[in-house]
Design a protein around this ligand. Structure first.
Ligand code: FMN
Length: 400
């Protein structure tokens, strides 16, 4: 059985969640198919989506014994900010469609776990609502719309809401083709058959409609309501993004961003060392090695395989973070071993909040923390500074 098939295994009905796969399965049962697939899926043939997992699974940890591992410290700093473990909740659009007020729940859980939550431009809950619910400052993820005044307004609001870090997502100049979304009728023309297909799917999930979808009015993008006349969640996602997002953004625009944002800036969606160097040259405080969770260009390298060259290029000049396929504390340690300062997780919190709300995200984060403690204890490291490539076992080419 391949590692990917193993991730997809079936579970008994009265599942007590113990891992990412369990939360994924619970979310699958709760959500309409179109929403589950929107979260779970990748672009095109999902080659990069799968590689994000298989390339991490190919890395083996090196077990070491008889070292004093009685005191373990998982804490770190990212761009000067203290984190109690090297993890951040990634920006995930449409969160409030997975569970009611999902972004608020995730931010509260992140605060309790001592880590940061990154609010997406395309969140359902506004950044003001989320910031008011948590004492820990948020990070804000920016998509640059064609009308640059939206971006300026969003940056001003993010500052007023106390956000410390601006995460500028740079890998969505055009939208990746997501075949599952087309098949489920949420990208592409709103034809009669697509409406029918979506309607049947939703009608089969009355509990989701009751608990999540209907708050007396249609769900809207909380951060865009003021700026966009029609901020309702679009019928045709791909078409909407293409009509709103600005594909003309270049490196020169970083100076404009900097003039509106006094805090830290991280560029998310870097996969190439040359782009990482340009990011640093243009004043980025961090780069996030990411292929958007395999949702943008397919057939690009997995994040974990792109990481070492980027660390090599800019690791001394800025913090290098990574996301894509991180599912456990073991994965976090592997990414740190290859030079990441911290990891972000997207689907894990999306599925946990869909499955069990705030309690689910609390539990997921506790699990990742516990898994990291076990990994530290059995690889013989006691703090993040000690982690380097020596934590990984070298295995022969045939074994791979
Ligand atoms: C459902 C979903 C929605 C996402 N929305 C956004 C978004 O609005 N902005 C953004 O920068 N990245 C977005 N991403 C990408 C994540 O921030 C992150 O890069 C990715 O999920 C990491 O991979 P993982 O899901 O394997 O952890 C989204 C990812 C998912 C799964």
């Amino acid at each position: 059985m391949s590692p990917v098939q193993r991730d997809d295994r079936h579970h008994s009905l009265n599942l007590v969640p113990a891992s990412y796969e369990d939360y994924r399965e619970l979310a699958r049962r709760r959500l309409p198919r179109q929403i589950f697939d929107y979260i779970d899926g990748g672009s095109f043939n999902e080659v990069t989506l799968a590689a994000n997992r298989t390339d991490l699974q190919r890395l083996h940890l090196r077990q070491r014994v008889l070292r004093d591992v009685s005191e373990l410290d998982l804490s770190t700093t990212v761009m000067g900010e203290q984190l109690s473990l090297p993890l951040i909740l990634a920006p995930v659009g449409f969160g409030g469609m997975f569970a009611q007020r999902a972004e608020v729940h995730a931010a509260r859980s992140a605060e309790r776990a001592g880590i940061s939550f990154c609010e997406s431009t395309l969140s359902i809950c506004s950044m003001e609502e989320v910031a008011a619910a948590s004492k820990r400052p948020l990070w804000f993820q920016l998509y640059i719309m064609k009308d640059r005044r939206y971006a300026e307004d969003l940056m001003a609001r993010a500052q007023a809401a106390g956000c410390t870090t601006l995460v500028v997502t740079v890998d969505l100049a055009v939208v990746g083709k997501r075949h599952r979304d087309v098949r489920n009728g949420i990208s592409g023309p709103l034809s009669r058959i697509n409406r029918l297909r979506r309607g049947i799917d939703i009608a089969r999930h009355p509990r989701w409609v009751r608990e999540v979808a209907w708050e007396g009015r249609p769900l809207t993008f909380g951060n865009l309501e003021r700026a966009l006349p029609n901020a309702r969640v679009p019928g045709d996602f791909q078409g909407w993004v293409a009509s709103q997002f600005d594909p003309s953004v270049t490196w020169d625009d970083l100076a404009w961003l900097r003039s509106h944002w006094p805090g830290k800036i991280a560029l998310k969606g870097i996969l190439d060392p040359e782009d990482a160097r340009q990011a640093v040259a243009n004043g980025a405080d961090a780069v996030i090695v990411s292929n958007h969770g395999g949702r943008q260009l397919d057939d690009v390298p997995s994040s974990i395989s792109a990481l070492p060259a980027i660390v090599n290029a800019v690791g001394v000049d800025c913090d290098v973070l990574m996301d894509g396929g991180i599912r456990s504390g073991l994965d976090v340690v592997k990414a740190l071993a290859l030079g990441a300062r911290a990891c972000l997780v997207g689907r894990p919190w999306a599925f946990a909040v869909a499955a069990r709300g705030e309690e689910g995200v609390d539990h997921l984060l506790k699990n990742i923390r516990d898994e990291m403690l076990v990994t530290f204890g059995l690889t013989g490291v006691t703090n993040v500074e000690q982690i380097d490539a020596s934590v990984l076992a070298t295995i022969s080419a045939e074994e791979r």
